[in-house]
Write a protein that binds this ligand. Sequence first.
Ligand SMILES: Cc1ncc(COP(=O)(O)O)c(C=O)c1O
Length: 403
Amino acid sequence: MNYDQMFQEALDGLHADGSYRYFADLERRAGRFPKAFHHGLGQEVTVWCSNDYLGMGQNKAVLDAMHAALDETGAGAGGTRNISGTNHYHVELEKELAALHGKEAALLFNSGYLSNWVTLGTIAGRLKECVVLSDALNHASMIEGIRHSRAEKQIFRHNDVEDLERRLQALPADVPKIIAFESVYSMDGDIAPIEAFCDLADRYGAMTYLDEVHAVGMYGEQGGGIAEKLGLSHRLTIIEGTLGKGFGVVGGYIAASAPLCDFVRSFGSGFIFSTALPPMIAAGALASVRYLRDNAAEREGQQHAVAHLRAALDAKSIPHVGNPSHIVPVMVGDAQLCRELSDALLRRFGHYIQPINYPTVPRGTERLRITPGPLHDDGMIDELVEALDTLWREYQLRRTNGL
Ligand SMILES: Cc1ncc(COP(=O)(O)O)c(C=O)c1O
């Protein structure tokens, strides 16, 4: 058996269809973000595709809390949550997250991916005859969690209230149901009809599971996400979030009722049997959540940067998807060109935007996904759009020439 050859053949398939992933070898330097040192190029570049949406990864309150907790508690948690790994910072952070979302309790996980996988896997797997109604564009972590549960799954059309209702109507009234969806969808930046889904959940006796990974920290008066912004947090059964994007650290969580969190804590294998997050991570995340509950400057700065970028793109007629969020997808529609544009932006102009190709998005919708934040100033944005404009004209020329 030549195992390496089997692996290589699978990888060759990815190369052949253009979906092989190349990593940019970056060195983030605290205090310089959104600049980072690109080891492949040997120079500093401006990063436009980071999910450290608000620059909290270098926020002073966060770094101070992490330095202090590292010196105070040491490097790791020392165990699973059950066996000596629960540190007071975990407990404080869970309380803070529950308060952020107006829920009784919260439960921490080592990533947002795990929080989706474990929570959906555990609840849908353990409630007898549970049916999960899952939005067609849900993230891989939800899809895998539902698959792992072995519960019946129905995929409803993306953000489609009527399709969801039709499916709910057809289900027996007495089986447990979960409607699983996201608030801000990460690739198109569109937002779910949360209120209408909650109305359906009430009408048909379903639970609601909302992934707010691309919204926490950024929306709502305290950074509680789109549900907070719309005054709907109390209507959702479970709000799930990450500590690795808007909050700039790492980790994931759910916020829900006390019995629900206790249920996942008690039955979720991926929660129980894994070493807890290092206390310094919990301390940093706690500082970040507290900071963003009290300060709106980062959110306002992000909204300003998004508006400035959209206006500058419009002025140059560069096509981007209109949506109500901070995610600005510039549509290219061709995998090869998307990669070329991204390479040229990097090599000729020092702007780093990872190309987003299939299978992350459907073929024909390849894009440059830009996430401007409060640390991208107007000058940086103007430079980026100038560079894009230069390349865009070259790109259109190439298209007209059929190249
Ligand atoms: C919608 C959504 N949910 C969950 C996750 C996973 O979160 P994390 O990166 O904290 O594992 C992601 C990650 O990109 C995501 O886009």
